[in-house]
Design a protein. Sequence first.
Length: 367
Amino acid sequence: MDTRAEEGMRPASFMAGRFLPRPEHHYQDRHEAGMPTRDRGVGTRSSQLGAHDSAPLTKPATTITTEVRDAQTEDPVAWACVMALTLQNARDRQCAAYSGQDGKVSIRVPANTYTLLVTPHYSDTTHGIQWVGHDGGTGSQYLARKITTSPGRATAIPPIELDGWGSISGVIRDAATGSPVTACAEFLPLTYGGGCTNAEGRFALNHLGPYRWPVHFRGINTASGYAWQWSGDVPNRMIAKSYKVAAGETATISDVKLNPAGGVLTGNILDLNGQPYPGGRGITVEAVNAITGDLAAPPAAGLTYKVQGLASQFVKLRTSFWATNQTIDLWYPATASFADARPVRVLGGQIRELDLKVGSESHPRDK
């Protein structure tokens, strides 16, 4: 049962609701297009075209069109980031479409089934983040409106209505010692600006729409070794506990306890013949939950990889590497898709060794 912080006792925000830009993000193109150069929720690509346009795609695309409004006044809301994300592997934080001054937005995507995540601009102090539902916003991607697109055909959806925002606050502790932990709380893993803790282990996750939200907890860096988990002490967002947020209020939750002994997956990167891979440029290994596709631990890099901070679960492994002048993705053991990847069991507190094979005959990354 949620409890409310006492009036006047709202915790301070520690980067809460602010997504930190990645080093490769560039803002000059957005400035020249007359757009704001910072966002609360997402980064930007240098290929940003303008308020109504998304970044160009290399595959046949379709378009989702809508407009963003204030739920109470129905006035247009400008500069809101609208991202189309699939249900599985929903983790691309690079925004490609923003609402214009008239609130209208067009998102270009490959044909697929999507949900929409809307993040107001950092300067918008009125509206909260939301997944677009069937009748207003929601804090659960699984309850969001599913939008199925077709190649060459535009898909129009009803206007998006943004509500106010509230916060979730609590303390994150070490499950073994009870000591405060340097950690972060997020509504999606690695959302670059969740509510990170202060010296007392207290976080404030701000700018959430007034809905029920699951919360993701993780150590602030790879070396911490803490197992990543969702609210309710589970590794799976689909079954995570959710907390009710009310506009203008802070929901204070019970202390969160992180397991200091996360599991480890480690091994070598080999070529398709089982020999040490001769390249080494840009190799990244990601472990994602085998059901939801959410990141399950910090990504690892290098020819000898080490994924740390895994809770007990089944994961799927994606190796990304640079070959033939393009980024190539390969899911373990040797497939192009998440759906066809083989689940790998990991246990918290244990080390599992697993070599991964890659090669230029693998599959280029979807754009």
